[in-house]
Design a protein around this ligand. Structure first.
Ligand code: AHM
Ligand code: MG
Length: 296
């Protein structure tokens, strides 16, 4: 199934073709690079390598004007003009290897791409499409556009549609929350206590694996604001917005605890801005917002 927007289609085709190489390149790059990303986290060799590969491939697509990633300080200008609303193309924001600390223990990881019809940093409702690749036992991709959400299997650079019109199951089954319990706020802890009585824990240390559980079985994923870091861990441009967009297009909700992630005005001076992230079935996000609102 091809996407009607030709620029989005090019990005998705390029991404699909790059993942075989990314998978192969992980071998031998499981060690630390002795460097930090702009968020102050230790980079793996694979983080830097995957970022360079995707920057090279995605920035050379016709109609892509900016490339930004979790692993580089500044936004790369690709300066490509076309018929988008900004008049100079779409911007891509990438988390090249989400959950790369899982490389050491050989567990699931992902790649996230948001395609914005706006200059970065941008609001999530400026996304025209978002996709993630899940490096699990098999490699899959979930792609959301304004039209639909689809799941593909990726092999040999090709994508094969396996699930059309992906929607969150109505009856939630799973939950997963990041951070350490003592570092949660009282309000979030009381919400989490209720949720863990009702649903099954699924937390794998790579958001993409956990999000795929929520899209498959229904439920809620959250990385909350912490007492020691109220802004949480995940980044708005590279993680919160694209995942919020995918889950909302699949019929669920996203939130920073108080409002949809897609309506959050970004800090114009900080492409690496962090945010609490919550996504899942409507009712579970409504409950969360109600609990956090009581604390205000
Ligand atoms: P990364 O993109 O640098 O790998 O960090 C994001 C990851 C998410 O995939 C995951 O949900 C979270 O960090 C896990 O953090 P923690 O180890 O604190 O549970
Ligand atoms: Mg990440």
């Amino acid at each position: 199934m091809t996407v009607s927007d030709p620029i989005v289609e090019s990005v998705i085709t390029t991404l699909s073709r790059s993942v075989t190489e990314i998978r192969q390149g992980l071998v031998g790059r499981r060690g630390s690079a002795n460097a930090e990303n702009p968020s102050g986290e230790t980079q793996m060799e694979a983080d830097i390598w995957a970022d360079d590969l995707l920057a090279d491939r995605l920035s050379s697509i016709d109609g892509i004007s900016q490339y930004a990633s979790e692993e580089r300080d500044t936004v790369l200008d690709c300066g490509d003009g076309d018929g988008t609303s900004t008049g100079d193309g779409y911007a891509v924001a990438v988390d090249p290897l989400d959950g790369s600390s899982n490389l050491k223990s050989n567990n699931a990881m992902g790649t996230i791409v948001g395609i914005y019809d706006a200059h970065l940093p941008a609001r999530g409702d400026e996304l025209v499409a978002a996709a993630y690749v899940l490096y699990g036992p098999i490699t899959t991709m979930v792609l959301a556009t304004d039209e639909t959400v689809s799941e593909y299997e990726l092999t040999g650079g090709e994508r094969r549609l396996v699930r059309r019109d992906v929607t969150l199951p109505e009856d939630p089954v799973v939950y997963g929350f990041g951070g350490r319990v003592p570092d949660w706020t009282d309000e979030f802890r009381s919400y989490a206590r209720e949720i863990e009585q009702e649903y099954k824990l699924r937390y794998g240390g790579a958001m993409i694996g956990d999000i795929n559980q929520v899209l498959t079985y229904g439920g809620v994923f959250g990385y909350p604001g912490l007492v020691s870091r109220p802004e949480g861990k995940l980044r708005l441009q590279f993680e919160g917005n694209p995942i919020g967009y995918i889950v909302e297009r699949a019929g669920g909700r996203s939130s920073n605890g108080h409002q949809s992630l897609l309506t959050v005005a970004p800090n114009a001076d900080d492409i690496h801005e962090r945010t609490p992230v919550f996504v899942g079935n409507d009712a579970l996000i409504d409950r969360l917002e109600a609990e956090l609102a009581d604390a205000r």
